[in-house]
Design a protein around this ligand. Sequence first.
Ligand code: MG
Ligand code: MG
Length: 261
Amino acid sequence: MIYLKTDEEIELMRISNLLVAKTLGEVAKAIKPGVSTLELDKIAEAFIRDNGGTPAFLNYQGFPNSLCTSVNEQVVHGIPNDTPLQEGDVVSVDCGVLLNDFYGDSAYTFPIGEVAPEVKALLEATKASLYKGIEQAIDNNRLGDVGHAIQSYTEERGYSVVREMVGHGIGRNLHEAPEVANYGRRGNGTKLKSGMVIAIEPMINLGKRQIVQEDDGWTIRTIDKKVSAHYEHTVAVRKGEADILSSFKFVEEVLHLQSEK
Ligand code: MG
Ligand code: MG
């Protein structure tokens, strides 16, 4: 069952996603060599609560924290810990918020100081692939168009697409139908309709596409322990052009990058 959202509901979701975006901006201000992911988690939780929201991941199916922080070969669902981040690391910070009965969900992979050129290129390609997918998230297209756009953009550059973990519908639930794969065939899959809201979240690996789960029961990492990148936006499907509800603006103002959206 795919829940179509009214314009009013989409505006509520924009507010939830604005809080997610600003929370990631707070993370951006603090993230640097020597800081732990647990410290980032505390900053995020306090900021979400101070702004009237509830951290969506905290206690979700038993997840112990407010952020998922996935370092280097970790793909997604990493648990914050007290290990200091080091120059050259990359960290996917995934943040979810519940506000006014609607969820927001967005993720950004941060470079810690200077990272290897091949890692920087992976981050840039993964983020670019997210926008390629978003371009396809329009009324009357199909989910396969979204997945194909992400897959072709990244595979052409020699990267691989994680298959087992996917994006998702989002609304009054953190995870709703449909599943949003980061691979696919043009013209295949569920038809997109104006009012659908989906989280698109490519997980792209430098090496092999295969993943394994760590013994903590959460953390997903690459099987070959090569780096993985992850970016996520919550978007509303519209006629002609998707409406991106989350934003990297606050992060990229801090990182001094030109923000695409
Ligand atoms: Mg997320
Ligand atoms: Mg998500």
